[in-house]
Ligand binder design. Structure first.
Ligand code: NAD
Length: 503
């Protein structure tokens, strides 16, 4: 039996929890009925934050503010260069507060602080990238329609956008959406997860400080049913940008369909890393551990299925197990930690249930599998399950915990079959020294991203999104701003109209 994790209480534990108020029309306000939500640190157990809890009245007020800012405010009408300047200022201000924001995300989500710093740094880069796209967004012109006609296709901001985000990358995910919506000239109502809202409120303050006009971004904390659902159905909203589970994504799409709103959906994943015998096995083993256990496996891109060639399975898995045993699990605020706390005790129980069910389905726990004893918080040992078959729940469903399911193959056809045999299609990895093998897998795997001899790298320049039930549309990349626009075709006729209809 290992010694219990010794979680050290940070200074925040003995200070009063910070209270965050809603941001509506440039003002910080409480909920009309005075309700609040409390967030405890899943890694420490103390209360980190209280948020004013929005309801229907606050959704209505936020929508009216966003609509007014869109219809009559300066934001959609100003020069792209002016919008870009505010996005760049925002990036600078985020960078200046990187440590505070990273600490909030680590405290509220349980993720390791060093990783959180990387995410906020990545977000800064995305805000800067979006600023560059604001200035290069353009439409098309057609001067080939005859001498009397000029066709012009404008890209106009789509309008008010509802942005709904999950808890696993609180600041990074809002930064994959909001700067592009703003670059296009849209206004927005943003709802972070009820478990990790604090850093989004800090972003709201930063945007105001950067000079964003009132009402352009409104931020509501609250529950999915009370706030998220009306944000999707609201008649003033033109587009819904949602990141979260496939289950809620489907409900959101069904609701948005009632008024034919545009949707962008970034949903769940059940991603496979395929390892061939000729790969750099040391690098592949490290990536298997990283893919499985990064962010405690609470990651849409988690490489939760390790698909290994039979010929190397024993030795390779022994190497993976040895590396997994060296992964430091523990206090999210310790710089050395690689796997922090699980988001909630309910979620930990769900993940543990998958592990127990897999064991009774005929697979075996090869490593880990236990909740770790600690003086505070909830932690799960990085877990490897061997002998998993394609029909098991653990091979098909998104477990969303530090659990690596191992499946084996004897041919490339079988490897591809396993990789594609899931309702999801977010990402995949392939490890081989052979360009033929890598290209075959990369071309035939049904997922939005394929990493070849690397795993889970991200760049704002590259589009990201899912095939199948992993989503709809793409974020990031050079078309990210276009997603938040409508196209308007204008036909200019010169001189007297020639093609009379009646005569
Ligand atoms: P979730 O679907 O439970 O919640 C996501 C957001 O939707 C939250 O803000 C929640 O309050 C809100 N919501 C809940 N019910 C709603 C409703 N009826 N109408 C509108 N909004 C509602 O997801 P989660 O547990 O917060 O996050 C984990 C999930 O997110 C995983 O499935 C993960 O794979 C997915 N995810 C996907 C990506 C991606 O880019 N593809 C990235 C991160 C997370």
């Amino acid at each position: 039996m290992n010694a219990p994790l010794n979680i050290i209480m940070p200074a925040e534990a003995s200070a009063a929890p910070k209270t965050y108020r809603l941001l509506i029309d440039g003002k910080h306000v409480d909920a009309r009925d005075g309700r609040t939500l409390e967030r405890k640190s899943p890694g420490h157990g103390f209360t980190v934050s209280h948020y004013a809890q929005a309801g229907e009245a606050e959704v209505e007020a936020a929508m009216q503010a966003a609509h007014k800012a869109f219809e009559t405010g300066p934001w959609p009408r100003m020069k792209a260069a002016e919008r870009a300047a505010i996005l760049l200022k925002t990036a600078d201000l985020i960078e200046a507060r990187l440590e505070d924001i990273a600490r909030l995300d680590a405290l509220e989500s349980g993720k390791p602080i060093a990783q959180a710093r990387g995410e906020i740094g990545g977000a800064v880069d995305i805000w800067r990238y979006a600023a560059s796209l604001a200035r290069t967004l353009h439409g098309e012109s057609y001067a080939n329609l005859g001498d009397a006609m000029l066709g012009v296709v404008l890209r106009e901001p789509i309008g008010v956008v509802s942005i709904i985000t999950p808890w696993n990358f609180p600041f990074l995910i809002v930064s994959q959406k909001l700067p592009f919506a703003l670059a296009a000239g849209c206004t927005a109502v943003v709802k972070p997860s009820e478990m990790t809202s604090a850093s989004t409120f800090v972003l709201g303050d930063i945007l105001m400080q950067a000079g964003l006009p009132a009402g352009v971004v409104n931020i509501l904390a609250g529950l999915g049913a009370d706030v998220g659902a009306p944000m999707v159905g609201h008649p003033l909203v033109e587009m819904v940008s949602f990141t979260g589970s496939t289950r809620v994504g489907k409900m959101t799409m069904a609701s948005a369909a009632q008024s034919l709103k545009k949707v962008s959906m970034e949903l769940g994943g059940k991603n496979g890393q395929i390892v061939f015998p000729d790969a750099d096995l040391e690098a592949a083993a490290d990536a298997a551990v990283f893919g499985g256990f990064f962010n405690a496996g609470e990651c849409c891109n988690a490489g939760s299925r390790l698909i290994v060639h039979e010929a190397i399975a024993d030795d390779f898995l022994a190497a993976v197990k040895a590396l997994a045993s060296r992964v430091i699990v523990g206090d999210p605020l310790d710089d050395r930690t690689k796997v922090g706390a699980m988001i909630s005790s309910d979620h930990l129980a769900k993940v543990a249930g998958y592990v127990a069910a897999a064991a009774s389905d005929g697979s075996s726990v090869y490593s880990g599998g236990k909740q770790l004893a600690s003086n505070a918080g909830q932690y799960l040992d990085p877990t490897i399950i061997r002998g998993v078959t394609e029909d098991m729940a653990i091979a098909r469903e998104e477990v969303f915990g530090p659990v690596l399911s191992v499946l084996t193959f004897e041919s490339i056809e079988k490897a591809l079959h396993i990789a594609n045999n899931t309702p999801y299609g977010l990402s995949a990895g392939v490890w081989s020294a052979s360009i033929d093998t890598c290209m075959s897998v990369a071309r035939r795997v049904r997922s939005g991203t394929v990493w070849v001899n690397t795993f889970m790298e991200g760049y704002p320049e590259l589009p990201f999104g899912g095939y199948k039930q992993s989503g709809l549309g793409r974020e990031l990349g050079k078309r990210a701003v276009e997603d938040y626009t409508e196209e308007k075709t204008i036909q200019f006729h010169r001189g007297q109209r020639t093609g009379w209809w009646v005569g």
